[in-house]
Write a protein that binds this ligand. Sequence first.
Ligand code: ZN
Ligand code: ZN
Length: 317
Amino acid sequence: MELKFWGTCGSLPAPINAQSVNRKIIAALQAAQGQTLDTREAMDKFIANLPFWVRGTYGGNTPCVEIVGGDDFVIIDAGTGLRDLGTHLMAQGTDRLPGRFHILMSHLHWDHIQGFPFFPPAYIPGNKIIIYGCHDEIEIAFRHQQGSPVFPVAFDHLGADIQFVVFESNKPHEIAGFNVTTMQQDHPNVSYGYRIEKDGKVAVYSSDSEHRDDMHRPNYRFLDFYRDADVLVFDAQYTLADAVHHKEDWGHSSNIIAVELAVQSGVKHLCLFHLEHTHSDETLHQMFEDTKGYAEFFSGDSTMKISLAYDGLEVPL
Ligand SMILES: [Zn+2]
Ligand SMILES: [Zn+2]
């Protein structure tokens, strides 16, 4: 099994601008002072050693994660990252198309559905797309975002065979060869986490989820949901101060809460996700460093790996 992150930004797409690129170039030139970079090899080595915020970007697409490891396509959430996934497949010319796409929805907020009208496979007859979720309004939400006057192409004009499946939470389901269990989460209009298992490997996707004081109880229900996951994708939109003070009830968590719950659940690899759209790459880098520092302090000898998810990150399990 492998996770491919196509969209990692929370709430709305946030592409970087010219000023951000300029800051990266300045930082790279400062780091290059006194170095001899007269061959391509030397340049590649120099770039590889730059901090990620300088040589790359965490990316601006809203949530979309591909679960690789079966014949069919399995995708969680249809944020704007779904467009990149679709255009990549079309450009690649894979023999997996026409194919079957299983899209698991955490919830129906804009940032999780807005990539679908720009997903090229949805326009091509022969593709089958099954959209799953625990919200009764799932089909209404997808149809409304392509309704007049807010979108030019009506949902019924899509060429693929599209089906909606509303399933019950907290019960195991088999989808495209994966065992899938859902968990209701604390979020405006409610969201659902997904625990996905295959061949002894476990990936948990738990975005758009607020955790309150009861997370300190030993029998907190999420501890079992995250238990021993090979990878946990976790909503870390806020700092702890934001999460418990002026953004309480906004439905998100922090990097600190992520570390505490992941360590207590025996998670092997924590991926911080649903990143704050107002944060620059430099600010996110600092948040990542703070998170690793806190994990060392909180967990002592824990060997848990931590990543800050970015558009394009691939995580093999
Ligand atoms: Zn969201
Ligand atoms: Zn949401």
